[in-house]
Every structure is written in structure tokens, then in C-alpha cells.
Ligand binder design. Structure first.
Ligand code: CTP
Ligand code: MN
Ligand code: MN
Ligand code: MN
Length: 372
């Protein structure tokens, strides 16, 4: 993860699966951590600064050619083309990396006590930047040992977060996800054979691992999906460590605190699933070795399905940008529930994601191309 170990040309190279975990991490522009750091700080301009880093980072990730010199940065939006202090900052960092192979500024951030502790604390399920900041600044906490030792009161969610800290901070592999998908699918079928289950989130974008597994559940007939979530959970109950509140608590849980841009009112649960490792490897049978895994189940009515699919496929930045575009360029309010005209309030129903792109006069983008 050290930027120092990386050749500059490698660092800024385009990677479609740029947020795909450790193996490709070295090709990530350090804008990701810079963004995170801004959100951790949470001061007056934090969100705007974070967004500027995210945009710079997204621009580099989406760039079709390798960037090797300053000239290559010249016409890039949010870096060389855009004339603002923030874009200038992005460019400065990028140029530092081009010439030195790393950025002093980013190195200082990553090696700094604040960033390290915030990273640790926000890695706890149920802890957002606000609480983590309080722990760091007001209570002088630095490590997970401090969290255990300081006798601070944790919510039930947070204590589970502590208990399963290592598991929940170990990425879920595609093979593991597939296993869980089969089980949820089976449970859905047992509850009602017309229920549908659709993979969303990072795995739908083609990632080979993720921090959780996101699944949409629906029924072809509007309204028939209601009340099914508790039944599905009941079927799987021996496999759950925690089934969350069946409502949206993402505002508190969402580390980026960008939840407001993607909040919805679907019935859902942010759960912790008990994954038996023997499901993958029959040699382990009998040994019952468990791993805690985050599983999100979202129930959506049929007539909103296309919008929910688009809204839950991500990335967060893609969702934010397409919604911003819809509002400012098309005067259309886009959410995971639907789309309506800002002026006339007229609703636009859609059966597919393609239709939504079309209505917004955008070229269709496959999930794997929504990786910014
Ligand atoms: N989302 C949402 N409302 C929430 C949480 C998430 O609409 N309360 C959407 C976000 O737009 C996000 C997508 O669902 O892009 C998936 O969220 P998340 O699981 O947090 O991120 P992933 O892209 O799946 O990344 P990872 O693989 O790390 O889970
Ligand atoms: Mn990322
Ligand atoms: Mn996810
Ligand atoms: Mn999720």
C-alpha cells in the first residue's frame, strides 16, 4: 500500500476494477485516501474537499491512456482542465507522484496518527466518522485496545462490530458471495416461489471481492413483496448473527456520510451473516469454522425495481454524479424509487436501467463501467 513502492506510471494507469482490493490497489490514485481523510476530518469544507479528490481520482481511473507526464494531465476535468483551488490541489498531488513516485502530503496523511486511528475506528460496524472523531479528539483514544479498555458504552451493533472486527474487515470473496446468494435464493423460494433475487453493489459491477454482499428482493406483482423480508430472515435465522433494523439506518452506518444523496425508504436489513467455511471447502466439514460477513437485503416493489437496481449498483460516486446530472442538466429528480420532473412533478416509470439512461439522454453504461 506504500506509494513509495510504486512506479509513477503504474500509479496513474487506468484500471477499470481500480477499487478491486489489494491486488490492484497499487494502481489506485491516492485521491481515494485523500478523500477519506477529508471526510474523517469533517471540518467546514470537508465534503467539498472530499468530492474534489474523488472527482480527480475518478477522472484518472476512467482515463483511457496511461498518464506519464504533466502534459497528460492538462485536459483532464477536475485536475488540469478545471481552474479551481481544489483541482489545482489534485494536480499538485498527481505531479508530485509523477516526479517523485509518491506524494509527501499523502504519505504524511497515511502515516499520521489521526488517519490511522480513524481508519481503525470507522472499521467497526456501527461507527461513523463522527463517533470516531470524538473518540480520537475528546477521549484521546488511538487503538482498538483503547476501545476495549476505556469502558466506553457501545451500542449492541458496535459491540458486534468489535467482536467480529477482523472478519468484517476481511473482504468477501466472490466464491463466498455465490454461496450466500444460493442460500438466500433458496430461502426466498421457500417463502414464495415468485420472489426474485438480484445481485447489486460491487459484485454486480464485476468486482471479485467486496466489503459486503448486496441483494435486491422483489416480486413481479406490486405489493406482494411486502412482509416477505421477515419470513426470509426467519428461514435463515440460524445463519444470522445480526439482522439489523428493518429500516434505513445508513445515515449512522455510512462511513462516507454521503448517505443523504442515496437514502431511500425501502424495507431492508443490514445484517451480519454467519458464513461456514466448510460450505466452500468440504475438507473442513465438521470443523464448523465461521466467518462473519456483512449482508444487505433490500426489498423493492416491482414498479420501482429498475430504479432500485440502478441506485444500488453504485458506485456511490456514480450515483451521486448521475443524480447531480439529472437534476442540473435535465431538471429531473432521480432516486432509487423513481424519477420525476422538477417542474411538472410528472413521474417517469421505467422497466429497465436502459430506459432510465435513455430518458436522461445518456449513453447506457454497463455496471462494470460505473466504477468511478
Ligand atoms: N446504497 C444506497 N443506500 C444505502 C447504502 C448503499 O443507496 N443506505 C447504494 C450506494 O449507492 C452504493 C450501493 O448501494 O453504491 C452499494 O453500497 P455498498 O455496499 O456500500 O458499496 P459497494 O459499491 O457494494 O462496495 P463494496 O464492495 O465495498 O460493498
Ligand atoms: Mn474505492
Ligand atoms: Mn456492497
Ligand atoms: Mn452494502
Amino acid at each position: 500500500k506504500k506509494l513509495m513502492d510504486i512506479q509513477p506510471s503504474q500509479l496513474l494507469k487506468r484500471k477499470v476494477d481500480a477499487d478491486d482490493g489489494p491486488s490492484t490497489k497499487k494502481s489506485r490514485y491516492s485521491g481515494d485516501e485523500a478523500e477519506e481523510h477529508a471526510l474523517f476530518r469533517g471540518d467546514a469544507n470537508a465534503e467539498a474537499r472530499a468530492l474534489a479528490f474523488r472527482r480527480g481520482s475518478a477522472t484518472l481511473k476512467a482515463h483511457p491512456k496511461e498518464i506519464v507526464c504533466e502534459e497528460d494531465l492538462k485536459n483532464l476535468p477536475y485536475i488540469g482542465l478545471t481552474n479551481s483551488a481544489k483541482a489545482g490541489h489534485c494536480k499538485m498531488v498527481a505531479m508530485e507522484i509523477l516526479s517523485e513516485g509518491f506524494s509527501d502530503e499523502v504519505e504524511d496523511v497515511l502515516n499520521g496518527s489521526f488517519y490511522k486511528s480513524m481508519k481503525l475506528f470507522t472499521g467497526i460496524f456501527g461507527i461513523g466518522p463522527q463517533t470516531a472523531r470524538k473518540w480520537y479528539h475528546d477521549l484521546g483514544m488511538r487503538t482498538l485496545e483503547d476501545v476495549k479498555g476505556k469502558n466506553i458504552s457501545l451500542t449492541y451493533e458496535q459491540s458486534l462490530g468489535m467482536e467480529h472486527y477482523d472478519d468484517l474487515n476481511t473482504p468477501i470473496k466472490l466464491e463466498e458471495a455465490e454461496c450466500i446468494i444460493k442460500m438466500v435464493e433458496k430461502a426466498c423460494n421457500e417463502v414464495c416461489d415468485e420472489l426474485t433475487m438480484t445481485l447489486v453493489g460491487g459484485f454486480r459491477r464485476g468486482k471479485s471481492q467486496g466489503h459486503d454482499l448486496d441483494l435486491l428482493i422483489s416480486h413481479p406483482e406490486d405489493g406482494k413483496e411486502k412482509g416477505k423480508l421477515v419470513l426470509i430472515i426467519e428461514k435463515l435465522k440460524e445463519h444470522f448473527i445480526y439482522t439489523g433494523r428493518k429500516m434505513d439506518v445508513s445515515n449512522n452506518l455510512n462511513k462516507g456520510n454521503f448517505a443523504s444523496s442515496t437514502m431511500d425508504n425501502f424495507e431492508k436489513c443490514f445484517s451480519i451473516f454467519k458464513f461456514n467455511k466448510s460450505w466452500l471447502n468440504s475438507n473442513l466439514e465438521g470443523k464448523a469454522e465461521w466467518k462473519a460477513v456483512r449482508l444487505d437485503l433490500i426489498v423493492v416493489p416491482s414498479h420501482q425495481f429498475a430504479y432500485a437496481l440502478l441506485g444500488w449498483t453504485g458506485t456511490k460516486h456514480f450515483e451521486r454524479e448521475i443524480r447531480r446530472y439529472a437534476r442540473t442538466e435535465m431538471k429531473i429528480v432521480l432516486t432509487s424509487h423513481g424519477m420525476h420532473s422538477l417542474d411538472t412533478k410528472q413521474n417517469f416509470p421505467a422497466e429497465t436501467e436502459e430506459e432510465i439512461f435513455q430518458k436522461l439522454q445518456l449513453e447506457y453504461r454497463a455496471p462494470s463501467e460505473r466504477c468511478c
